[in-house]
Ligand binder design. Structure first.
Ligand code: PLP
Length: 447
């Protein structure tokens, strides 16, 4: 039998050397834990369009796209031009003062995202959810929040809970136990975060009712981890329950925003939350985030009219609203507004998913590619309907990693075990190569 890891090591010796060198200065040799996988991550040296090139001169069709933001691919000419124009004509990277592009971008987001009536910018998705949650607390004056098991909202204390809990520690399906997802989390955090079961309205309702007087906000990824669709009745029910109990409903649309269409998941499903956290695509490939919502909630961030600093919400950030970032984001959204862009991006995803599912069937392998629009995940499991984290946790993770390493060996890049994303610049020729890689990878893991 072919050994995917041995082939990977043979093809990427320079990456291995650079990774070992990096470890002398950087813990684990990586600057974000998501970048690590076994045996070691590949070091890229350049990229263009749908392609990545590594330090050993291997070429890859990129389906990671930096975990989603690069919906126009690498170095899209419109985005590059917008960044250069901002630098050349304005003479600086950032002002540290208000600038007009902030208002332009705020208006653009408002035009598309239903709940986004007032907007603040941040430098990352993590900051966006953090400030959305703080805003909800300031608005409701209640102490706790609720999140769903298996959902990710950034790597800070309040939400680094029950993202990937071992099932043996996660408690009953109907009332998950909050489990720390990181070393160093203070105990009180676990006491202030209620964990809810996704796509399970009756039990979510019970937990909301139990904690309603203490819950400031419920934060949810409307499409869990970018690929588990919500039952529409579940989303609608969540909307009704939060309204009835004076709880701020926050959609974390850092994945789905401007990917599941210009209006994100809230437009797609026709359910409007009170607040939204955005990131990834709105920075056009540069670090960005935003939190937005109803004026009566967002006004707590405004210093106007407050007598003391502690009367309003402390939201700051040296680089928030950085004009280069917003210029790149604006150019990206304007490109996405052109006709038929999403048709193409989604078509590429549909074709890759279909190929995977057909080939898995041909080889009689219990596996499936699932997802909406241009994001999908591949799970080696016989379970037919994937509805929440617990369903995904039962899949065969090692087989998936072998499949991914073999895709990489055949010129298709995905961060092993993570979802796939497609872009406007993936082509029919990319698809043909991808189909071949899927067949090879499936053949290997079938044995
Ligand atoms: C749904 C979701 N929320 C929040 C974040 C955190 O965003 P960032 O990595 O920009 O801090 C991510 C990142 O992948 C995400 O997918």
């Amino acid at each position: 039998m072919k050994n995917p890891e041995a082939t990977y090591i043979r093809r990427t010796p320079t990456s291995k050397k650079l990774w070992q060198k990096a470890q002398q200065h950087i813990p684990g040799g990586i600057t974000a834990n998501v970048k690590h996988y076994n045996p070691y991550p590949i070091f890229m040296k350049k990229a263009k369009g749908s392609k990545l090139y590594d330090v050993d001169d291997n070429e890859y069709i990129d389906y990671c796209l930096c975990y989603g933001p690069l919906i126009l691919g690498h170095g899209h000419p419109t985005v590059t031009k917008a960044i250069k124009k901002q630098l050349d004509q304005k003479g600086t990277t950032t002002y540290g003062t208000p600038n007009e592009i902030e208002t332009k971008m705020a208006k653009k987001i408002k035009q598309h995202v239903p709940c986004a009536k007032m907007i603040r910018f941040t430098n990352s998705g993590l900051e966006a959810t953090l400030h959305a949650i703080r805003t909800a607390r300031a608005h409701t004056k209640k102490p706790k929040i609720a999140k769903f098991e298996g959902h990710y909202h950034g790597a800070y204390d309040q939400v680094t809970i029950s993202i990937t809990p071992p099932l043996s520690q996660a408690g009953p399906n109907q009332a998950p136990i909050p489990v720390s997802n990181s070393a160093g989390l203070p105990r009180h955090i676990l006491e202030n975060t209620v964990v809810l079961p996704f796509n399970d309205l009756p039990n979510t309702e019970k937990l909301i009712k139990k904690h309603k007087n203490q819950l400031a906000a419920i934060i949810v990824e409307p499409v869990a981890r970018g690929f588990i669709a919500p039952d529409i009745d579940f989303l609608k029910g969540l909307r009704t329950l939060t309204e009835e109990n004076q709880i701020v409903l926050i959609f974390d649309e850092i994945m789905t925003g401007f990917r599941l269409g210009l209006g994100g998941a809230q437009k797609h499903f026709g359910v409007t939350p009170d607040m939204v956290a955005l990131g990834k695509i709105i920075g056009g490939g540069l670090p960005a985030g935003a939190f937005a919502g109803k004026p009566e909630i967002m006004k707590v961030t405004s210093p106007l009219g407050s007598k003391h600093p502690y009367d309003h919400l402390f939201h700051s950030g040296t680089f928030s609203g950085c004009p280069i970032v917003l210029a790149a984001g604006l150019a990206t959204i304007e490109e996405l507004e052109k006709p038929r862009t999403y048709n193409h991006i989604n078509w590429i995803a549909e074709e890759v998913k279909k190929c995977m599912n057909d080939v898995f069937d041909d080889y009689n392998i219990a596996a499936q590619a699932i997802g909406l629009g241009s994001m999908f995940q591949c799970l080696f499991t016989s379970q037919k309907r994937i509805r929440n984290y617990r369903d995904t946790a039962k899949a065969d993770a090692q087989r998936r990693v072998n499949f991914d390493l073999e895709l990489i060996n055949n010129g298709v890049y995905v961060r092993p075990h993570k979802p796939f994303h497609t872009s406007l610049v993936h082509t029919k020729a990319d698809l043909d190569k991808t189909f071949e890689a899927i067949k090879e990878a499936t053949k290997t893991v079938a044995k």
